[in-house]
Write a protein that binds this ligand. Structure first.
Ligand code: UDX
Length: 471
């Protein structure tokens, strides 16, 4: 490994789904000999799993943390308070950190060569420009979502936004490369406004357009799977590096050790009992259920999903981050759910998801289509039931169900019968057909990280380009 004076400062948006892929990237850069300072908010830094193992394995990976200014007991979910904290509290701390002489174990590090920031951390673009540092933008979602957001001004100009009538299934035609895929209902919540001047829509447009100030865009995307959108996006950025699936690229580069670090980047602690439970289940029999880290279910939704799972007759592993009974209020858990869960269910707060998805007993994944979960499912070759909830998830579910045909879409307002039917469809009637498409897509993803594959090649280019930046 060639020693380098290049020093990359990475700052993820302070949420789980953003920290994990950027930490994968940090490890890959360190594996190539670059110095990386990975900056988290103090709150997230203290929850990050396997820090010691990571530091021991990657001697050029350094961690820094900054205060977000929010009270200790703040939930820190995606919302206006977190966004305000970014600009008012985190921004000045981040700038100060970059201006200080960064050290590791008391030894001064080379001055920062460039910043890689999450595309949602738009203040970092101002900081980079003020300090004269190159900045590369990392977008955690699927490429078609970012491309759609970049096209929002065109949609407004064409009169497609705000929606001219109430037909939510009408096709959106002004996003080149997305023909036949995009409907009004797939656009994120901030598009459902009456006026184009609405602050939420204007904020989203501003934040996406800001990313065009980056000297390059990095995506956790597989080029071959989204080539059409990417060719259009290439006209807006000096360079695009598609490196997806990043977790798989990391595994391919660092080999066996990645198993040791399997829960790296996680802000929770995997429940070991669920792995023992999975070991006891027949091959490809289990439906894994997780809606990521931002979705909150209502009491009705919990009950409907629970009945759907139990009534399907298939074993299930369900990750519910909050105490599942808290959504139930005063009401006791219906006895048939208790019995059904005891017989063939396992409910936990957190799992090491990458490990779960590659377990031989896994047969399907009921997911919200967060981009990390989606690519992890693709790499593991596990077909999906899609129940998208917010942001990029609806557009991702369109690619999964309509373009790649590796999943089935569950309707938004589903009840226990819909859920049961969908599980049976995935695990029984449509199994062969969907698994066969999944095997094809999964191979494309795995080939892209292998030697000579597009993501592998793009990583080499990125490392070379960083090394060539003035230090
Ligand atoms: C958020 C957004 O919701 C999503 O739409 C966007 O694409 C990324 O950021 P999140 O909701 O957390 O992400 O979902 P997801 O993208 O799937 O990321 C969750 C990550 O946490 C995954 O890498 C998953 O492996 C990990 N995880 C989650 C665990 O390891 N264990 C768990 O129990 C739950």
């Amino acid at each position: 490994m060639e020693k380098s004076q290049s020093h990359v400062v990475i700052f993820p948006f302070p949420l789980q789904g953003h920290i994990k892929p950027l930490l994968c990237l940090a490890e890959l850069l360190c594996h190539a000999g670059l110095h990386v300072t990975f900056v988290n908010t103090r709150h997230n830094h203290n929850r990050l799993a396997n820090l010691r193992a990571l530091s021991a394995h990657f001697p050029t990976l350094h961690f820094e943390s900054i205060l977000d200014g929010l009270p200790d007991d703040h939930p820190r979910t995606l919302g206006s308070e977190l966004l305000i904290a970014l600009k008012t509290s985190i921004k000045p701390h981040f700038k100060e950190l970059l201006q200080s002489s960064l050290k590791a174990n008391g030894v001064a590090l080379p001055p920062p060569t460039c910043i890689i920031t999450d595309g949602l951390v738009t203040f970092a673009f101002d900081v980079a420009e003020e300090l004269g540092l190159p900045i590369l933008s990392f977008d955690v979602g699927c490429a078609p979502y970012m491309w759609t957001c970049l096209c929002l001004p065109n949609l407004i100009e064409q009169g497609q936004l705000p929606f001219p009538d109430d037909d939510m299934n009408a096709e959106i035609t002004g996003v080149p490369g997305m023909e036949g895929l995009l409907r009004r209902v797939d656009l994120p919540g901030f598009c459902r406004v009456k006026q184009s001047s609405h602050p939420a829509l204007q904020f989203a447009i501003h934040e996406t357009q800001t990313q065009k100030r980056a000297s390059a865009l990095i995506l956790d995307t597989i080029y071959e799977l989204d080539a059409q959108c990417l060719s259009h996006m290439a006209t807006m950025f000096p360079k695009i590096y598609t490196l997806g699936p990043l977790h798989s690229l990391l595994h391919s580069q660092i080999g066996d050790i990645s198993r040791l670090l399997a829960s790296h980047g996680g802000l929770g602690k995997g429940d070991p009992n669920c792995m023992t439970w999975l070991d006891s289940q027949p091959t490809k029999s289990v439906l894994y259920v997780s809606f990521g880290t931002l979705v909150t279910l209502t009491r009705t939704q919990i009950i409907e999903f629970w009945y759907g799972l139990v009534n399907s007759g298939h074993p299930f592993l369900w990750v519910v981050q909050s105490d599942i009974t808290s959504g139930l209020g005063e009401n006791p858990i219906p006895i048939e759910l208790e019995i059904g869960t005891k017989e063939r269910g396992c409910i936990v707060n957190w799992v090491s998801q990458e490990e779960v998805l590659v377990h031989k007993s896994l047969g399907g994944f009921l997911t919200h289509n967060g981009w990390n979960s989606t690519v992890e499912s693709i790499v593991a070759g596990v077909p999906m039931i899609c129940w998208p909830y917010l942001g990029d998830q609806h557009i991702t579910s369109r690619s999964v169900c309509e373009k790649w045909k590796i999943g089935l879409r569950l309707k938004e307002n589903c009840d226990r019968k819909d859920i049961e039917t969908m599980i049976r469809m995935l695990m029984e009637f449509k199994r062969g057909e969907i698994q066969s498409s999944m095997d094809t897509i999964s191979k494309v993803a795995c080939d892209s990280v292998a030697k000579g594959g597009s993501s592998n090649h793009n990583l080499e280019m990125l490392i070379q380009d960083i090394r060539n930046m003035p230090t």
